[in-house]
Design a protein around this ligand. Sequence first.
Ligand code: HEC
Ligand code: HEC
Ligand code: HEC
Ligand code: HEC
Ligand code: HEC
Length: 272
Amino acid sequence: MKTIRRLKTSFCILTFAVFSVVWAQNNQSTVSPQKWETDYRNNNCITCHAQLTQPVALSNRYFEWHSSAHRDVGVSCEKCHGGNPATADKAKAHVGIYPYANPESRIHFRNLPVTCQSCHQGIVNTFVESKHYQNLKTTGLGPSCSNCHAHMASEVVLSPQQISTLCAYCHDTVNGALPPRPDIREKAEAVMQSLNRADVAVSWASSLLREAELKRLSIATERLQVSAAQGLLKDAKFSWHSFALEATQKKADEAFALAMRAREDLGKKVNH
Ligand code: HEC
Ligand code: HEC
Ligand code: HEC
Ligand code: HEC
Ligand code: HEC
């Protein structure tokens, strides 16, 4: 428990480095979570918190959410924190909300997987299979969702190097709780590089595909390739959450190879 607390503190510092997550959303292999109404005028969590400017730490939470993908899809505060958004009375609105260090809190690191699971079933089911989840539940010694995703769980903010540092925190320290396994951090860094590269290649191919569609070119094969690459990339991201590093990298590299092939073929047609 102490470990994860320290881990959290040291990783707060890392959230400045943002790598953009650009990739196509439309693929058939997995179901995307539901989206909600994004008119927040009647949501008191949001109307009140948007006005708070002090203390900065509290105010900044609102802004983290404001810039997140969750805001765009109607995932308002109460969907993760609980409470009652229908009342403007602070005390009544906050019923059921506890500080995150309280084990009753829905955002306590042990409860986070369940909180996120209501919408991200696939990812959480994969995560639950990992040794990390078993350890998180018992000793608290395992990374939880917010160690890798921003506080508002809005984006993936860790670069390959930062991921490596995160893994090393438990898997490669002198006199640490676990035997040193430098291979884990090295592999994790490489897998992240594969994921990043596949992300970019897939969105590159996807944008060429849209261009080709606008030009009404005949691109049936490329369309299949791009959609297969998107599916593989999505699978790779799921598989990452089980920490099956080898399998994840293999999928990411296959997604990359397919996307690059489609990109080349599409490039020739589009620029013809
Ligand atoms: C009328 C204004 C107001 C409303 C409505 C409101 N909050 Fe707050 N909230 C605050 C203030 C002010 C704080 C700072 C702590 C305090 O004063 O209680 C806070 C603190 C929090 C905290 C930090 C918890 C803690 O114990 O430190 C969370 C999480 C939170 N609010 C979430 C929500 C959610 C979710 C809703 C809607 C269900 C909501 N708030 C509705 C004003 C509001
Ligand atoms: C997708 C889930 C999610 C949504 C939506 C969300 N939060 Fe959070 N929030 C979290 C998580 C997870 C943490 C704890 C992160 C960490 O480990 O530091 C957190 C932390 C906080 C904290 C600090 C809590 C504490 O106990 O110190 C406040 C305050 C807060 N959020 C307010 C809000 C407000 C206000 C909104 C809506 C404008 C909102 N959050 C929307 C997931 C969410
Ligand atoms: C009420 C439903 C809901 C809850 C609860 C929820 N999410 Fe989400 N989340 C979504 C939706 C919808 C999307 C957009 C997905 C899409 O467009 O395919 C999303 C997107 C994301 C993304 C991708 C962000 C991006 O920029 O692409 C991450 C990461 C994420 N959620 C993590 C979390 C974590 C971690 C939690 C728990 C703290 C959580 N979510 C809780 C519904 C939810
Ligand atoms: C060790 C780091 C790590 C942990 C812990 C982690 N994630 Fe992730 N997550 C990632 C990475 C890396 C990606 C892929 C990023 C990208 O889009 O390139 C990702 C992607 C996601 C996505 C987007 C998937 C998609 O299809 O685009 C969601 C949603 C998500 N994670 C939710 C969660 C939830 C919920 C938890 C806790 C149960 C969690 N993550 C724990 C690193 C982590
Ligand atoms: C907070 C501590 C913590 C962090 C951070 C952490 N792990 Fe772990 N990890 C554990 C624990 C505890 C185990 C279980 C060890 C055991 O039971 O043998 C484990 C087990 C594993 C295993 C299974 C090892 C095996 O041989 O069966 C892999 C793979 C793994 N972690 C990868 C990672 C990766 C990759 C990262 C970084 C993204 C990471 N871990 C970050 C605590 C952590």
